[in-house]
Design a protein around this ligand. Structure first.
Ligand code: CTP
Length: 407
């Protein structure tokens, strides 16, 4: 998670039981390469001590507006001038009301009010479900958003009060993701991105089938990067053991034909289609509803195969893709002659951008190198983690979007 390296985060805690989660968030931010300055309201110190937050952040915590430690006695100015973002987690209903009114009678709301224009302010609401649903609370958060704050989602689930519903603070790893994503340039704002990922599984009988070694990591990384870049992302995933990237809608499929059907059901809404899936080229000509048994004769069954539909070629030849309303990106997994084979594949599948990689060198790995081929020529993205390559590729795609597709 490169976005947080070297970032300085002012982490504000207000009164709420979710303060215990913020201790973990503080650790995660530091592990991700950020420095953290904790500021707490008096109410927050009832839930977790400044000692705990000081130990975790490695810096003295600020609580009071009249703290005499800064030479100029202006903690509210100094703290926000050094920050790359202010994150309020938990953000109580009371604190949202204070922000909405522009109050400045305690350090945390004072420093939010005095923050330089353009300094991101992220709010992670945390409260009982009735408080969250109350029109006054909704009004206050809406006002804070209108005044420039980014209001993060709330989680749903069991609450400390024993009730169940909306209003829980997001989990620390979800907050970490959203804070990191807030630093990603919104290259794909307004775009609807549809991505295929992973292998397909072509069943032979109820217990066997053919598949391949694709792990889905590259496609999932692109989905995550596209979401962070502001797109609405739908991910059609073959059988892989990967968690769904935050904020991404996932549709699970098994076979190539299921993948095609899922893509066709979604593609009319898409403005960008990225085919990273390693679709099985063939499937068994027949599916046996019962397990194929050895008959003891030593005879092996002879298997016949039929060709699967080519999902990328089907989409790329659609009317919307042909007139430029849908931008298609293909992948090529080759074992040799990457430039030659990938260029030929780009022409054959009629896609504006084809991304080549060496299949055996990438399947299952956490890093990769990519060769981008478009009408202008070829361009290499050097070896990097799939997460970083996902972000780089998203920026490259955004740069190439024709004006009909660009939001
Ligand atoms: N693809 C697809 N449907 C298929 C086969 C491939 O959508 N039935 C897509 C892949 O997701 C990828 C691109 O087409 O974006 C190229 O896939 P690849 O497996 O490299 O190429 P093939 O078309 O299968 O050609 P070959 O196996 O001969 O290299």
């Amino acid at each position: 998670m490169k976005e947080l390296v070297g970032k300085h985060i002012v982490l504000g805690l207000t009164g709420g039981i979710a303060c215990y989660k913020t201790a973990q968030l503080c650790r995660l931010l530091i592990q991700a390469g950020a420095t953290v300055q904790v500021v707490m309201t008096e109410a927050a110190t009832r839930f977790i001590t400044p000692v705990t937050m000081q130990a975790l952040s490695g810096r003295p915590v600020f609580v009071g507006q009249w703290d005499a430690r800064p030479d100029n006695n202006m903690a509210h100015i100094n703290l926000s001038r050094e920050a790359d973002a202010i994150v309020i987690a938990p953000c109580s209903a009371d604190f949202a009301a204070r922000l909405a009114q522009g109050r400045a009678d305690e350090l945390l709301s004072l420093l939010c009010l005095a923050r330089p224009q353009g300094l991101p302010l992220l709010l992670a609401p945390a409260m009982n479900r009735e408080m969250w649903a109350h029109p006054a609370t909704q009004r206050n958060f809406a006002q804070a958003a209108q005044d420039g704050a980014l209001v993060l989602e709330v989680g749903e689930g069991a609450q400390a009060c024993g009730e169940f519903g909306d209003g829980r603070m997001l989990e620390p790893h979800e907050l970490l993701h959203d804070i990191a994503a807030s630093f990603v340039p919104k290259h794909l704002a307004g775009q609807q991105v549809l991505i295929t990922a992973g292998p397909t599984f072509e069943a032979l009988d109820p217990v066997r089938g053919i598949t391949n070694h694709s792990s889905g990591k590259m496609g999932f990384a692109i989905a995550s990067a596209a979401q962070a870049a502001g797109a609405q992302v739908t991910l059609v995933a073959g059988p892989v053991h990967l968690p769904t990237p935050r904020g991404v809608r996932r549709i699970n499929v098994q076979s190539a034909r299921e993948m095609l059907a899922a893509v066709q059901a979604e593609v009319d809404q898409a403005t960008v289609f990225i085919a990273t899936a390693a679709v099985a080229d063939w499937r068994p000509a027949e599916f046996s509803t019962q397990k194929i048994k050895k008959d003891g004769s030593g005879q092996v069954p002879s298997l016949a195969f039929v060709e699967n539909p080519d999902i990328l070629a089907t989409v790329a030849q659609s009317e919307r893709a042909q007139r430029g309303a849908l931008y298609c990106v293909g992948f090529a997994a080759e074992s040799h002659d990457l430039l030659h084979n990938a260029s030929a594949k780009r022409a054959r599948k009629q896609v504006p951008l084809l991304v080549g990689n060496i299949g055996p060198a990438t399947f299952g790995q956490d890093d990769n190198t990519l060769l981008l081929i478009d009408a202008e020529g070829s361009y290499a993205l050097p070896r990097a983690s799939k997460t970083e390559l996902g972000h780089a590729l998203v920026a490259e795609i955004a740069r190439r979007l024709p004006t009909q597709v660009a939001a």
